[in-house]
Design a protein around this ligand. Structure first.
Ligand SMILES: Nc1ncnc2c1ncn2[C@@H]1O[C@H](COP(=O)(O)OP(=O)(O)OP(=O)(O)O)[C@@H](O)[C@H]1O
Length: 689
């Protein structure tokens, strides 16, 4: 069917032709590019006088600095000083400096005379012309450089320092901090610019030096620059445009935390989406730091009165303002800091005695069953609704599926973890604290993907209080001021102090300031291992406002449940019924299930090595190297082939290495090994029948 050519159709075709035809010059093409060119060109013309003036001023400063170096014979004096011969050469240097002063005065007098003659011959236009030429020359001298491309893989060419501030200051500071040798220098990748209330600059170290060492020795560098270490932020530039020798520095003009704190923007938010990273605070340069919470968990540690509760409330504030999110709040501080959360929480408690600990135990058991149920239900969902075994925003908001993002906050988590009341679980005697630790560990491992977020705050981040297994699985960490570097490492992770992150160095006056080690990317982008953050200020009054709004939102949406809806809380578990309530996941394996009897080799040896660790809730992945080493003189190829015949195929996974990092290794999924064991037992008993 032929199309009638309407006036609009003709116009549209003409526009299309003009935008595509090679005959039409680029600037005349009716695309947004032409408009952009016009806009940029006008802006450029309007800005040029101010830019020219700026360049002339910078040129003046640069010319003055060069002259001062020259007149003071700095290069000669420095060389003499480095060679330890300054005293011998002093007279010579002074004489040369005196001579250069005389040359300077001579040139000034000559220039003045020449200008006077010019004025006499050509009138005022003569000196004006000379002035204009001089200004152009100064502007050329002071024009902004865009930085250098940085160090190439093979170093070549001179290292040129171009910085409108005296770059030698920085090089000297690096040398004083023993981060550069006397014959080494820095290469400026991005010239110094103002960022917030300070200077930022990116430099390349010589090829023999590592950026990680600069980060580690930040304090020495701060001393060499004569600033407090809180004023100096040093980051290795990673990812695109970065390499192991590139460092970004930010030097604040003054203590960045001396200004009054900022209120959280959530106080003014009508509503929030719990899937959006929550506004957590600001970095020293004043940029906002948002903290993602879903699919991870958070550990907050600090000595008393440093702002743990405030930080935990900030983290949970986003969930309070999302009517789809469910909250479990356990306040073992037993103060009134969390009281307002009772208006919105599905489960709420404030207290610190054994009954409260048992109530928490009940919640944990409930949440573990919930997680198991969610995984079971997710398995039945189609791939479009649930592409991986992970909660998605759509699933979490689907009432029919009933899997809302659930945030469990435990303030002063050391109270339940240290409870010594004895209980028996499946014949095993242990303290309630140990059991709480086990359940929290299980939840922190399996819960995040099913939409259960754990936020734990503690005054005592030591190894006796927070089991290492639990710490290892808490993805995000926030360390406010602690007593010493060991406690800081307890919160932030092994060896973090040697990488330059030690929260014991924060000042007592810096309340709410801590080191955040996020799980994955945060709003700053790039690959940051950790960063210093000053949390937003969230006093009780604002917290109450947020909780009242959260209640209103839930009320309108018909989502007030549990405690907030006024339902009687379930009676806390007692020591006697703790055992009966243990969910399947936490039950130790039936006697004999993880023993090698009746199993074929090498499965029998694998089970003998792993024992109960193979059970549900135990290990998820076992490296091949570990199995081969444990089984002694086994042929790795035959071992892999036999296991493959039993349905266990090697996969790659990340494991922690002893140096504190992670590495990828090959190994077997415990789930597949379990299935193989059960299958072998079923086959064995069928054969016996
Ligand atoms: N971001 C912040 N900016 C300024 N001051 C803050 C900030 N966060 C907390 N504070 C101050 O620190 C004080 C202690 O905060 P918070 O109650 O959260 O400490 P805590 O570590 O939980 O204490 P405790 O261990 O005694 O429970 C607060 O009263 C508040 O004035």
């Amino acid at each position: 069917m032929s199309q009638r050519m309407t006036p609009e159709g003709l116009g549209a075709r003409l526009t299309k032709w003009r935008s595509r035809s090679a005959v039409v010059p680029l600037p005349l093409r009716p695309t947004t590019r032409a408009r952009r060119l016009l806009r940029d060109g006008t802006a450029e013309i309007l800005r040029s006088p101010a830019r020219f003036l700026g360049a002339v001023l910078r040129g003046l400063v640069t010319a003055y600095r060069s002259w001062r170096r020259w007149v003071r014979v700095r290069d000669y004096a420095d060389a003499a000083r480095d060679a330890g011969k300054f005293a011998d050469k002093f007279t010579e240097i002074r004489a040369l400096s005196f001579f250069r002063w005389k040359v300077t005065l001579g040139v000034i007098a000559g220039a003045g005379l020449a200008l006077a003659v010019l004025h006499a011959v050509h009138g005022p236009s003569g000196p004006w012309c000379v002035g204009a030429v001089g200004a152009v020359a100064l502007a050329a001298l002071g024009r902004r450089g865009g930085g250098l491309p940085g160090r190439r893989t093979v170093l070549a060419g001179p290292r040129i320092l171009r910085w409108s501030l005296d770059p030698q200051v920085l090089v000297d500071a690096f040398r004083d901090a023993k981060l550069l040798g006397n014959d080494e220098t820095l290469r400026l990748v991005e010239r110094a610019t103002r960022a917030g209330e300070g200077w930022t600059i990116t430099v390349d170290l010589p090829a023999t030096r590592k950026a990680a060492d600069v980060v580690k020795n930040r304090e020495a560098l701060a001393s060499a620059l004569a600033v407090d270490e809180v004023q100096l932020i040093v980051n290795r530039v990673r990812g695109r445009g970065g390499h192991a020798g590139r460092v970004a520095l930010w030097v604040a003009d003054r203590d960045p935390y001396s200004t009054p704190p900022t209120r959280t923007p959530l106080v003014d938010a009508e509503q929030w989406d719990v899937w959006r990273p929550v506004p957590f605070g600001r970095d020293p340069q004043g940029s906002r730091v948002d903290l993602p919470l879903v699919w991870t968990s958070l550990l907050i540690g600090a000595i008393p009165r440093q702002g743990k509760t405030f930080a935990a409330r900030l983290a949970v504030a986003g969930a309070v303002l999302d009517p789809h999110a469910r909250l479990y709040v356990a306040d073992f501080k037993a103060g009134k800091d969390w009281d307002a959360a009772g208006q919105v929480a599905h489960r709420f408690l404030a207290g610190d005695d054994t009954d409260d600990v048992f109530a928490l135990l009940g919640w944990l058991i409930e949440l573990i069953s919930e997680v198991q149920g969610r995984y079971r239900r997710m398995r039945t969902l189609d791939d479009t609704t649930c592409p991986e075994s992970k909660l998605t925003p759509a699933i979490s908001r689907d009432d029919a599926l009933n899997m809302p993002v659930t945030v469990l906050v435990v303030d002063e988590v050391q109270v339940p973890l240290e409870n010594r009341t004895s209980i028996t679980v499946e014949g095993r005697k242990l303290t309630t604290g140990e059991y709480v630790g086990e359940l929290l560990t299980w939840l922190a491992k399996k819960g995040p993907a099913a939409g259960i977020v754990l936020i734990l705050a503690t005054q005592r981040p030591d190894s006796r209080t927070i089991p290492s297994g639990l710490r290892a699985v808490l993805g995000s960490r926030f360390a406010l001021r602690v007593m010493d570097w060991r406690d800081s490492n307890m919160v932030l992770g092994e060896q973090m102090n040697t990488r330059g992150y030690d929260s014991s160095r924060l000042l007592a006056a810096h309340k709410g300031v801590g080191i955040l080690r996020p799980d994955g990317e945060i709003s700053q982008g790039g690959e940051v291992l950790a960063l210093t953050v000053r949390t937003y200020y969230l006093p009780n009054e604002d917290w109450r406002t947020i909780c009242a709004r959260g209640r209103q939102l839930r009320g309108h949406a018909g989502r007030l449940t549990g405690y907030a809806a006024g339902h009687d809380p379930d009676p806390p578990l007692s020591a006697a019924c703790a055992e009966a309530a243990v969910p399947e996941a936490r039950k130790p394996a039936r006697v004999g299930e993880w023993t090698p009897e009746g199993l074929p080799e090498p499965l029998a040896s694998v089970v003998a090595h792993l024992g109960d660790e193979l059970g549900e809730g135990g290990r998820e992945f076992v490296p091949t190297a570990e199995l081969v080493a444990a089984l002694g003189d086994v042929d790795p190829k035959r071992f892999a082939r036999t296991l493959a015949e039993l349905g266990c195929r090697p996969v790659r996974d990340r494991v922690a290495d002893p140096k504190g990092g992670v590495r990828q290794v090959r190994g077997y999924l415990a789930a597949e090994l379990r299935t193989a064991v059960r299958q072998s037992r079923t086959d064995g008993s069928a054969r016996r029948r």
